[in-house]
Design a protein around this ligand. Structure first.
Ligand SMILES: Nc1nc2ncn(CCNC(CO)CO)c2c(=O)[nH]1
Length: 290
């Protein structure tokens, strides 16, 4: 059943974590495929393996470990998920997104989500970073939403708005940070969509998505962001473009494969980590009493 995580169960998980660390995170981070080293930058850590957290799901995807890391980045208290849950693993979207509600009840105010994605926009090169300006919730078009089922008003409203789901101020900061880092020609802004997976897309599906204005395709993030906006977290997200989507039928177009996704992720995680830390540094300046 979609909403197997009641407020009370989520609260118990949050309390389990809060009882075992004095760290009180303001920022929640989700590490995408191959981007686990972002969490390795966190200092003064308290690490929880997912399997040790009562009622928490476990990650089953290669390239995804399964632990929640509390600690500090740029002197900001954070909690980071190394390994997330995907719909293609057989988890309902509400289960994939429940860690965001745990973050909310732990006291987090910002969600920073990263993912690996296929580049659909022809301007994107492998290794580029796309700041998510907006998303298209394709799975929601068929009624598949993490918010399906009874609404608990303690999290948020029955019908939450999704305009400006991705905070424009943080996108502006990220673009300035990219300029400071000298990577403005590897940074883009665009629309992300999440498909159920685990199969990659057909050429016809990719052409349809491109026609609909999608710039990058993945299998995560959208439902986590919907859940985050429902409980009023400020959202920042970026996609690491790990491969170009094949939009032609000639065999020269490279076929997506997971090993390549993780390899590119690992090769670009330093710049991804640097970008995230510099945005956090700017957030820290705006949160005097952290
Ligand atoms: N064409 C295409 N290229 C991609 N590169 C990474 N991902 C994100 C999905 N990552 C999966 C499998 O690599 C693991 O979660 C995708 C995708 O969904 N589609």
């Amino acid at each position: 059943e979609n909403n197997t995580y009641s407020y009370e169960v989520i609260k118990d998980i949050a309390d389990y974590l809060l009882d075992r660390t004095t760290i009180r995170p303001l920022i929640g981070i989700i590490c995408g495929s191959g981007l686990n080293s972002i969490a390795d930058m966190i200092t003064d850590t308290k690490v929880f393996e997912y399997e040790d957290i009562p009622n928490f799901p476990v990650s089953t995807v290669e390239g995804h470990v399964g632990r929640m890391i509390f600690g500090y980045l740029e002197n900001m208290p954070v909690m980071a998920m190394q390994g997330r849950f995907h719909y293609y693993e057989g988890y309902p979207l509400a289960k994939c997104s429940m860690p965001v509600r745990v973050m909310k009840l732990v006291g987090v105010r910002y969600l920073m989500a990263t993912n690996a994605a296929g580049g659909l926009n022809s301007k994107f090169k492998v290794g580029d970073i796309m700041l998510v300006r907006d998303h298209i919730n394709i799975m929601g078009f068929a009624g598949n939403s993490p918010l399906q089922g009874p609404n608990d008003p303690r999290f948020g409203p029955r019908f939450p708005p999704m305009t400006n789901a991705y905070n424009a101020h943080l996108i502006k900061i990220a673009k300035q940070v990219a300029k400071d880092m000298g990577i403005e020609n590897e940074i883009h802004e665009g629309v992300y969509t999440c498909l159920g997976g685990p199969n990659y897309e057909t050429v016809a599906e990719l052409r349809m998505l491109r026609t609909m204005g999608v710039d990058a395709v993945g299998m995560s993030t959208v439902h986590e962001v919907i859940t985050a906006r429902h409980c009023d977290l400020t959202v920042f997200a970026f996609s690491l473009i790990t491969n170009k989507c094949a939009t032609g039928y000639d065999s020269s177009e490279d076929e997506a494969n997971h090993e390549e996704v993780v390899t590119v992720g690992r090769s670009r995680q330093a710049v991804c980590g640097e970008l995230l830390c510099r945005v956090i540094r700017e957030i820290a300046k705006e949160c005097p009493n952290k």
